[in-house]
Design a protein around this ligand. Structure first.
Ligand code: CMP
Length: 140
């Protein structure tokens, strides 16, 4: 499996509860390297653009309000098969369905307040990384 990069967000429910380090420990324990990271407050425009694919879903408004409610930590993760590996480490979207030991099983509050985001494919990973990071901010 090739070395890949994926994009991660530690979401407001996790930053608010001081869980940034705990989430990062799970990421690193899985063998993924955090090769870029910054704590930001998303603007409404950022959140609406980032989640544009969900704009017709009933939870879109709630999702945008949540993502701008507190700071988030955006990250680039690198490793063997990083996209699939991070999705495994995150666990299912709904924490009630997430496997033992996953980030969402341990920390997420609900389907919406689910602590982390991870890219779902190489194309989205590249787009999401480029939206939040300049090339010089990423050091593998
Ligand atoms: P994420 O991986 O960031 O991508 C889309 C997000 O929409 C998802 O995580 C959840 O936070 C959110 N989401 C998905 N389903 C629901 C739902 N039923 N209610 C509220 N938010 C949801």
């Amino acid at each position: 499996m090739a070395i890949q990069r994926t994009f991660s967000i530690i979401k407001p429910d996790a930053t608010k509860r001081n869980l940034t380090g705990a989430v990062n420990a799970k990421i690193e324990a899985a063998g993924l390297r955090i090769i870029a990271q910054k704590r930001i407050r998303m603007t409404r425009a950022n959140a609406e653009t980032f989640y544009a694919v969900h704009k017709d879903r009933p939870f879109f408004g709630e999702l945008v309000e949540f993502m701008i409610s507190e700071p988030v930590v955006v990250q680039v993760l690198e490793g063997e098969g990083a996209i699939a590996k991070y999705r495994e480490v995150m666990g299912a979207t709904d924490p009630a369905e997430a496997a033992e030991g996953t980030i969402r099983k341990e920390f997420a509050l609900s389907k919406g307040e689910n602590s982390v985001h991870g890219s779902d494919a190489p194309e989205t990973a590249a787009e999401e990384i480029a939206y939040f990071f300049a090339g010089m901010e990423i050091t593998g």
